[in-house]
Design a protein around this ligand. Structure first.
Ligand SMILES: [Fe+2]
Ligand SMILES: [Fe+2]
Length: 279
């Protein structure tokens, strides 16, 4: 079976790319299940219930997240009850962080697929250890289904590759997200685990990782904070198609995809985000 993982969806341009490009991609490739990282889907940072519903309606089955998951307060109640929206599993344990870090889902043809969302610690906040949380969690999920897809939302290439080897043979795929820049190292290990260090982004490429570029350049020169607004030009949908044997959970092939949206985007309501933190 084929599973598609879609890279960080950026604001309304990214959502338009999903709405306009995903259905044909799913149909032409015979894709059975779609996971997408949605941490930037609402206004460039975070996710709202309305945006999640829009992405589900466009054909996404499960939404993963990352460091921007709590940007909009509406997500707090929603993530408790919507099992198709995940947040990293290694947020602090036992202290009441809302939502869940993994789930098991059933495709239209009856195949069970587990999705696990983890977040890295290198050049990021001191979350709980993604290895010590992710290892046992992957084992637990494997008892429910051999098909396990991991979104490792992390900055450092080394941490993501290390996670790929740590979970090698345990999961079907370790897909890196967060940097918004696709890496060209997609592969499948002899033990049947697919890995890509970063799957890239679904959003405007005429930008600095999705954001209007001029204020970011100015901020870097002046060493002052910049307002981050999603850009609009050169919108693409980037992802990874993973071929997995449903019975064994072993991946057999991966292919990077990056489709360009022909239409220009715009005319949709999207609020700029005053948050000045980096990606
Ligand atoms: Fe992101
Ligand atoms: Fe991120």
């Amino acid at each position: 079976m084929k599973i598609l993982f879609v890279g960080d969806i950026i604001g309304s341009p990214g959502r338009q790319a999903v709405r306009r490009l995903l259905p044909a991609l799913v149909h032409s490739r015979g894709i059975e299940f779609v996971v997408a990282n949605a941490e930037n889907a609402a206004g460039g940072k975070g996710l709202t219930p309305a945006v999640a519903q829009e992405l589900f309606a466009a054909g996404v089955d499960v939404l993963t997240n990352g460091n921007h998951v709590w940007q909009h307060k509406e997500i707090l109640g929603y993530i408790e009850k919507e099992e198709r929206v995940l947040r990293p599993a290694n947020y602090p344990q036992g202290v009441g962080v809302p939502g869940r870090g993994s789930g098991v889902y059933v495709t239209a043809s009856g195949v069970k697929i587990a999705v696990l969302n983890l977040i890295g610690r290198v050049f990021m906040h001191p979350y709980d250890c993604p290895f010590r949380v992710g290892g046992p969690e992957a084992k637990r999920l494997r008892r429910e289904t051999p098909v396990v897809i991991v979104d490792f939302h992390a900055e450092a290439t080394s941490e993501k590759i290390a996670m790929g080897w740590y979970l090698n043979g345990e999961v079907s795929a370790v897909v890196g997200t967060h940097t918004h820049v696709a890496t060209a190292d997609e592969r499948v290990s002899p033990e049947g685990t697919a890995l890509i260090t970063d799957v890239g982004m679904t959003g405007p490429f005429d930008s600095v990782i999705g954001v209007v570029k001029e204020p970011v350049i100015e901020a870097m020169i002046k060493m002052m904070p910049a307002r981050h607004v999603p850009a609009k030009g050169d919108v693409r949908l980037c992802g990874l198609v993973i071929e997995v044997d449903a019975a064994s959970g072993r991946a057999s092939d991966v292919e990077r995809v990056c489709l360009k949206l022909k239409e220009t985007v715009g005319g949709e309501e999207d609020h700029a985000d005053p948050d000045r933190s980096g990606e």
